[in-house]
Design a protein around this ligand. Structure first.
Ligand SMILES: [Zn+2]
Length: 248
């Protein structure tokens, strides 16, 4: 049967001279592998819509779990990303996260939108790449079902405190008054850091990148978000190692 779906190309592997497997992130079917005949030919009408990180509408022949490209129309392409190795490596890390966490044929509502917004920010650079990375990591962790509970101190239910702590053991926060002698077991959260984390987790996805942080807080946020995501996924990413190795 023929299906028409929107998706973002998050991976490409050549087959022979002219053909490719493309990995497409979709809301309806998760990440699917599509056989795309002829798209490496110079005159292929589908090559642009099937390029890496293109956001396109795909018409696919679906046969069980196998998909073959019929045609594709580009909706949006993020050309600028491929021209910058640091931007490209960050986008590749995001793609690897989706490939590792999204099963084929499983609905993944909201992931396509998050990836599209993240690629847009990587290309536009209204905020710097380390902040885009941190925001993405914490938000995708939440969307994958690992949302931290940042609402209030787990003991006295206070919302604000001059110093809160994060418990990586059960993803909750506890204030300085309630933490007692166990403070060294937890991670300190200043009010600005906690505010940023709440903003990332609880805001509508369209707004998550709309804030700026000073360098000191950004470093703390970066460390927190990367540790949080990797702890929950319990794995390493080669693309992340590469991103860090070339980071200026
Ligand atoms: Zn408390």
């Amino acid at each position: 049967m023929l299906v028409t779906i929107d998706g973002i190309v998050i991976g490409r592997r050549p087959i022979g001279e002219n053909n490719c497997f493309i990995d497409v992130l979709t809301d309806e079917y998760g990440v699917i592998e599509v056989t795309a005949h002829g798209i490496r030919k110079i005159n292929s009408k589908n090559s642009g819509a099937c390029s890496l990180f293109a956001y396109s509408r795909f018409c696919l022949a679906k046969n069980g779990l196998k998909y073959t490209l019929n045609s594709a129309e580009p909706k949006f392409s993020f050309h600028g990303i491929s021209a910058d190795i640091e931007a490209l490596s960050l986008a590749t890390y995001f793609a690897e996260i989706f490939k590792a966490t999204t099963a084929p044929e499983q609905e993944a509502a909201g992931f396509l939108r998050l990836m599209a917004i993240s690629l847009f920010e990587i290309e536009k650079r209204r905020i710097n790449l380390p902040q885009i990375k941190a925001v993405f990591e914490l938000r995708i962790a939440s969307m994958l079902g690992f949302s931290p509970d940042l609402r209030a101190c787990r003991n006295c239910i206070c919302y604000e405190h001059e110093l809160m702590y994060f418990d990586f053991g059960n993803s909750t926060i506890i204030c300085a008054d309630c933490v007692g002698e166990n403070a060294e077991l937890y991670t300190e959260l200043t009010p600005t850091l906690l505010y940023s984390m709440r903003y990332i987790v609880y805001s509508p996805v369209e707004k998550i990148f709309h804030f700026n942080l000073k360098t000191g807080i950004l470093i703390q946020l970066e460390q927190f978000c990367e540790k949080y995501l990797l702890q929950h996924l319990d794995r390493e990413f080669r693309s992340l190692d590469y991103y860090k190795s070339i980071k200026i």
